[in-house]
Design a protein around this ligand. Structure first.
Ligand code: ATP
Length: 316
């Protein structure tokens, strides 16, 4: 098992944090759903929270929203404690898309947003623009029972956007969305980020979030195992990387010879290319050695460890 890396107290982020958690725990009887979390999320950050089923992500969200009490510790959202009386005012600045949103099949898309708008005390005139933002204007008058899974998810997201929240908590927001809808969804998030909206989202689709979040935290068994940019986590984990060298089979041996003096962890010959695995510190030496093969190398591709590789390294 990877060692537990404490969340670094980054003074720059802590100073402008919109979300701050200190020593937060949540116990359900013997189950320690959240087990001592420290976290700061800065204004305008797009922050990802990943972890296995049962890691504690949704529980942490619910505490950040003031929906479930903390067992111990403190959470401040926009400098207000989620347990204090000042949180009601802050709550209006927050949008939330729960993991399993309950929608009423008999309402139309627009009526659904009007319903949530009244619940939130948000202006009713925000409903049509919110539907438009998620690409559902064409289905505004159709009943939710006729909506596809992806359309329901978009409607849930539109609901979270009502009242123009400054902080968004999105629990597995891309579940059920097709690739185009996922791309559109992240384009909306990028737009919101330029408006200074702070966003925290969970996802199980690591390939999807690895290029899109500013920072992320890997949770396991109620704790944060690692936190940082995807690149920083890759470097912390120090996983090996792969070179895919496209070269004619008659030159495969030349590749082996050129790399013979280097600490290569694996070398595999495939149909039309050779894959070479090495540690990050050997990367430049491998490149220099491959350069000695002159025109024989037809193409070269460096494969960094994926977020999935990093995730398993930290969470197993
Ligand atoms: N109301 C509850 N009562 C008892 N145990 C609970 C309750 N809510 C959550 N738990 C437990 O707390 C742990 C964390 O659950 P949580 O839903 O926060 O995980 P998660 O990371 O969101 O998982 P998933 O990815 O499956 O949504 C689990 O062991 C779960 O069974």
């Amino acid at each position: 098992m990877a060692s537990i890396i404490p969340a670094p107290a980054d003074p720059r982020i802590a100073a402008e944090a919109v979300v701050s958690a200190r020593a937060v725990t949540k116990h359900y009887g013997a189950v320690h759903a959240v087990d001592g979390i420290d976290l700061d999320i800065a204004r305008g950050e797009l922050f990802g929270l990943i972890g296995h089923n049962g890691a504690g992500k949704s529980t942490l969200f619910k505490m950040m929203l003031g929906l479930t009490p903390l067992t111990s510790g403190a959470i401040l959202i926009d400098h207000a404690s989620v347990s204090g009386s000042g949180f009601r005012a802050v709550r209006r600045k927050i949008g939330y898309l729960p993991e399993n949103i309950v929608l009423y099949d008999n309402l139309t898309g627009l009526e659904t947003l009007q319903f949530f708008s009244r619940l939130k005390g948000a202006p009713l005139q925000d409903c049509a623009p919110a539907l438009d933002r998620v690409g559902l204007t064409h289905a505004a008058k159709r009943r939710v029972r006729e909506y596809s899974k992806g359309m329901r998810q978009r409607l849930g997201f539109a609901q979270a956007l009502l009242g123009r929240p400054q902080i968004l908590f999105l629990d597995e927001p891309t579940t059920g969305l097709d690739p185009e809808a996922i791309r559109d969804f992240y384009a909306i998030l990028r737009g919101l980020r330029t408006e200074g909206v702070t966003m925290v989202l969970t996802s199980h689709i690591l390939a999807e979030i690895q290029e899109r979040v500013d920072r992320l935290a890997i949770m396991a068994e109620g704790r944060i195992r690692a936190i940082g940019t995807v690149q920083a986590l890759r470097e912390q984990m120090d996983l090996p990387l792969w070179f895919d060298v496209r070269i004619a089979p008659e030159h495969f041996d030349a590749v082996r010879t050129a790399l013979g003096h280097l600490p290569i962890s694996a070398i595999e010959a495939h149909d039309g290319h050779v894959s070479v695995q090495c540690r990050r510190e050997t990367k430049m030496a491998v490149l220099e050695a491959l350069a000695t093969l002159d025109g024989r190398v037809l193409d070269l591709h460096v494969r960094e460890p994926s977020l999935e590789d990093v995730f398993f390294g930290f969470s197993d």
